[in-house]
Design a protein around this ligand. Structure first.
Ligand SMILES: [Zn+2]
Length: 470
């Protein structure tokens, strides 16, 4: 396939360049100035895609999703989750170990998971292994050793709402960090200090009496100080070289500053950039995530940290749930999680790149390059370069996107982004040179004309990749 005349976002460049891109055997074979590659160039197969006026980006990498399969597939599964990812320009996801059954804490569980999902995904996927607080120190060490070749990192929690996947003790964390560092895999931490949360909840209970819990109370029960304290403790336990530590879904700028300054890495999520606790009044359970969104002051600080690279990249923490689990009428029992893999890239593109909060270079790192590098995938993914997989997104910069739940492919479509208008519109998402998602303009195939985009990849066309992929 020859992509002709696209405005390409190439790694390290300050601005877009008008190019032709030749795709052969699922890889990027050549990128040249527009008009520089002949229509019958070798390996292209003769198909020409006119991309005049479209922007060409590397496929986004969403390094934090909960696709819940096998186990909690009433919330999400690989077919729906990966379809929603493709709709949103994501070509690789990394799935969390804690929200499937059994959790991915042993090789056996990973094999079981691979068997369950391999015929489902329409984009590529990697996994994290889990460090479960229910396991002994010996079990944790053995789990990391046997899972490391098959996963791109390990995940643990300082507080957990899950019965099957418990928080780690300081002793378990210190051992897990040491073992991950010697295996050469990042240890990802959900960082909220349990002591700070307990104290906040006790104070709240005392002040509230028998009054029902409000969204304001819920926010107060998970204070920003908990994130800062958990990062402080984790850095202390990790020791003098914390570079294998990665803090997930940071919403508190002081916590990311602390972690990055010490040499660890951080991600934030689109919802921490877009919303704050004042939005609970309007959105209620549709905004409930764990940890919750933060004080209004944090959004601009997080954007600046993202622009400066203090926050390395952005993930979705995609974790949807059906209405009966979300709208319980009680902020405490409402499911904490939102679907986000389909809104991540369009949001970052509009509010980051087009709104000039991020340079093109930082946008590319934040949406794909930095996560690929962090998780050992940059040999084959994460940028538009000859030799890498032809994972890319074509975007119409002159069109707009309105976030419509009815257009989403995920099982849950309860999202705080509903109704948001964004600049730019995804025209097509390609995985290893094949159309995973396309609007009618790029569909290039038969079938009834659809006004909306469709998934064109077959379930199972996505493949499992791991550290060192090329
Ligand atoms: Zn998560």
């Amino acid at each position: 396939m020859l992509i002709k005349g696209a405005l390409a976002a190439l790694p390290g460049e300050e601005d877009f360049r008008r190019v032709d891109m030749l795709v052969a055997g699922g890889k990027i074979a050549r990128i040249a100035e527009a008009g520089g590659i002949a229509a019958d160039a070798e390996g292209g197969g003769g198909e020409i895609l006119d991309a005049e006026g479209l922007m060409l980006f590397p496929g986004a990498i969403d390094p934090h999703v909960h696709f819940d399969e096998p186990g909690f597939t009433h919330r999400e599964d690989f077919l729906h989750g990966s379809s929603e990812a493709a709709r949103g320009g994501v070509t690789t996801v990394i799935d969390m170990p804690c929200t499937s059954l059994p959790p991915v804490t042993r090789l056996e569980a990973l094999k079981n998971k691979l068997a369950a999902v391999s015929g489902k995904a329409v984009i590529d996927y990697a996994f994290y292994g889990g460090v479960n607080g229910l396991d002994s120190l010996e079990e944790i060490e053995a789990a990391i050793a046997e899972l490391a070749p098959e996963v791109v990192g390990f995940k643990c929690y300082t507080v957990s709402g899950m019965e099957t996947f418990a928080a780690v003790s300081p002793e378990q964390f210190a051992l897990a960090y040491k073992t991950c560092a010697s295996a050469g895999r990042p240890l990802l931490l959900h960082a909220e200090d349990p002591g700070v949360i307990r104290a906040a909840q006790a104070a709240l209970d005392a002040a509230r009496g028998s009054a029902p819990l409000s969204w304001k109370d819920y926010f107060a029960s998970r204070p920003m100080a908990a994130e800062l304290e958990a990062c402080t403790v984790a850095l202390r336990l990790a020791g003098p070289d914390p570079r294998w530590l990665h803090i997930v879904h940071v919403g508190t700028a002081a916590a990311s500053a602390l972690a990055a300054d010490a040499g660890a890495t951080c991600e934030t999520c689109a919802h921490y950039l877009a919303f704050d606790e004042q939005d609970f009044e309007r959105l209620g359970a549709a905004l409930k995530t764990a940890p919750p969104v933060k004080e209004p002051t944090q959004k601009a600080l997080l954007w600046r940290q993202l622009a400066e690279g203090i926050i390395a990249f952005v993930a979705s923490d995609h974790a949807g749930a059906p209405g009966y689990e979300k709208f319980t009428g009680d902020p405490l029992t409402a499911y904490g999680g939102i679907p986000g893999t389909g809104t991540l890239f369009p949001y970052l593109l509009s509010e980051g790149l087009f709104a000039k909060r991020l340079t093109l270079k930082r946008f590319l790192e934040a949406s794909s390059g930095a996560a690929a590098a962090r998780y050992g995938l940059s040999g084959g993914k994460g940028s538009l370069e000859p030799g890498k997989d032809a994972d890319f997104v074509l975007v119409d910069p002159d069109a707009t996107t309105t976030m419509e739940p009815s257009a989403m492919f995920s099982k849950s479509v309860i999202t705080p982004f509903a109704g948001m208008r964004l600049a730019g519109k995804i025209a097509g998402t390609f995985v290893r040179g094949s159309r995973a998602y396309a609007t009618p303009r790029l569909a290039a195939r038969g079938g009834a004309p659809a006004s909306r985009g469709r998934i064109l990849a077959a379930p199972g066309s996505g493949k499992h990749i791991t550290w060192g992929y090329r």
